[in-house]
Each structure stands twice: as C-alpha cells, then as structure tokens.
Write a protein that binds this ligand. Sequence first.
Ligand code: NAP
Length: 337
Amino acid sequence: MKGFHVAIVGATGLVGQEFIKVLEQRIFPIRSIRLLASDRSAGKKLFVNQEEVEVKETSAPSFDGVDIALFSAGAEVSKYFSPIAARAGAVVIDNSAAFRMDPGVPLVVPEINAEDIKEHEGIIANPNCSTIQMVMVLYPLHKVNPIKRIIVDTYQSASGTGSAAMEELSEQARLVLEGRSVVPHVYPHQIAFNVFPEIDLFLDNSYTKEEWKCVEETRKIMHAEDLAISATCVRVPVLICHSEAIHVEFSEPMSPETARRILASTPGVKVLDDPQISLYPQPWSAAGTDDVFVGRIRRDVSHDCGLAMWVVADNLRKGAALNAVQIAETMIERGWI
Ligand SMILES: NC(=O)c1ccc[n+]([C@@H]2O[C@H](COP(=O)([O-])OP(=O)(O)OC[C@H]3O[C@@H](n4cnc5c(N)ncnc54)[C@H](OP(=O)(O)O)[C@@H]3O)[C@@H](O)[C@H]2O)c1
C-alpha cells in the first residue's frame, strides 16, 4: 500500500485546519492520518478526505509509526514533542519558531533552498510567514543582481496570531460599530479600526522578535549572512493575508521592467501591477490562494540601485501550511524520505 503515515500536531488550530485542506487539495499520498491537539480537543471529530477522524491528545506514543509529523501548536509544544517524534523515526516539519535558527535544522522555502533539506537530522523548520513571502519575491531578483540592503514594513493580519485573535478582531469590530467599549484579550491594544507596531516580544535592541525573525531567517534561507535588513512589523485589522512594503538596494541598478519579467516567470509568484487600472495585490483577494502576489514595482527614487514594491500572500497557506506540505512533497519527489 502506497503513501505515508502523517500526523498533524495542532490539527484544530488555524494552521492545522489549513494543513488538512492543503493535503486534501494537493492529493498528498496519505496512508494514515493522526490528528493531534491538546487535551481540550481530545475526542473532537474532524474530516479528512471525507472520512471522520478523532482528534487525540498529543503524547509521546502519538508518533509511533509516523513518517511525517507536521507541527503547528506553538513553540513550547514543538520544543517538547518534536525531538520525541524525530527519535520515533518521523521527519518533523515544524511551523513554530522553536528551531528555525538552530544550525542543525534546515529552514526551508522549497523554491529557494530545497537542497538544505538534505542536511536535516529529523527536524526541518518552516520559516515565519512574513519572511516566506518576502524571500519568495526577493530571492529570484537577488540571484541576478545581489541585494545589499532590504527595508521592509509589514501589515500583518490577525490570523497570524491564531484563531483567538481572528475572533477578537471580529467581535471588537461588532462592538465598536454598536458604540460599545472594547477590552483587548489577545493583543495589548484594540485591533478593530486600529493598527499597532508590536508583533511578538520586544528585544533588547528595540526591535520586536517578529522583526528580528525577518532579519535572521531571510539571511539563513538566502544564504546571505551579510545582507543588511531592517523591518517594522505592524498588526492591522485584516483577517487573512500579510502585506509588505519592501524597499531593496541591489548591487547594480535594476529596472522595474526587468524585475517584473523575472518575477513573472518565477513559480509561486504572480505579478499584479497595473496602477492605471488600480491593479495591485490586496489581502481580500489573495486570501485562500497559493501564490505570493507582487505589484507597485517602481524605482526607489532615493537610491540609484533601489526598487520599491508591494507584496501580499496568504499567511496560513504559503506562509505556513502550504510551504510545509511543499517541503514534504519535495522530499518525496527527490526520494529523500
Ligand atoms: N497563523 C499563522 O499565520 C502562522 C504562520 C506560521 C506559523 N504559525 C505557527 O503555527 C502555530 C499555530 O498557529 P495557529 O495560528 O494555528 O494557532 P491556533 O489557531 O491558536 O491553534 C493552536 C493549535 O495548537 C494546539 N495546542 C495548543 N496547546 C497544545 C498542547 N499543549 N498540546 C498539543 N496541541 C496544543 C491547539 O489545540 P487545542 O484546540 O486543543 O487548543 C490548536 O490546535 C504557532 O506556532 C504559530 O507561530 C502560524
């Protein structure tokens, strides 16, 4: 019988639910599937390929006989259970930040650094959502004209924080429109009709952890240790999809036409760029799709070698579940599993 024994840890969460959809849509070769979560969800029933599957509490024996374990249950769960799953013989593909900067753990966007997968010792890390969509667009340009500096400002949706944050945004929007007061629970501030430049914890260098992930993870994925990067990550009242305003300094001048031509032939990237008809990527239309969308590509008038652009992608799909499943598919296609 063909196929793989697959486990999803965090199956009841936003990314976990997307894992199920992506596996179904891409007809992933599943021989058996285990849906795992916390004790709160044990006994809950979910459907995979029209078959009912009971959610089980995650425990050490959950990984016996599993070939591929897809983790999306937060860093603490990953730190504890990923090594257990790897020791049991599974290849772990982890969506959390737990192992991303570990030198022994490949951090992979298959379109960019699939070869790094071969270095894994049981755990492969899926990058941060805002990093994935940025490198998908910048790496093909970097290959023809090395990038020296990146300045990125992100506009990140509530789904990036998980299901509780999405509910908080919807509920707050309703309360505000009814003229009632709002008490934030998930975020430090009201998210409805507001934006704030705080995603994850503040570090000693005054950047947030999310901003620092953009810096470190981009360098690791692109194998560009000296790349200068600065990020400001902002939470916005959007349900799904992260947007990014990116300013890039190349080694040599690059015309917007050249960048458009390169990106138009890049798998997984779609150019939407016609300002005359107000055509550019937007979260509303990108939600639920697989591509990384780029538009507003223009000369950065502040630098001879500069380009500016606007990038949007679904953080739950290419930013999380889809990229992780593509890592597994790459391993299967290349005979690495
Ligand atoms: N959302 C994104 O755009 C995104 C992108 C990239 C990476 N990620 C990462 O993916 C992970 C999950 O994100 P999410 O958005 O799916 O969050 P979420 O909607 O809040 O879901 C969290 C999931 O983790 C499970 N969980 C919590 N505590 C657990 C425990 N002790 N043992 C086992 N399972 C446990 C939950 O199960 P219960 O239902 O039982 O509580 C639920 O299935 C996080 O590490 C996040 O950083 C998210």
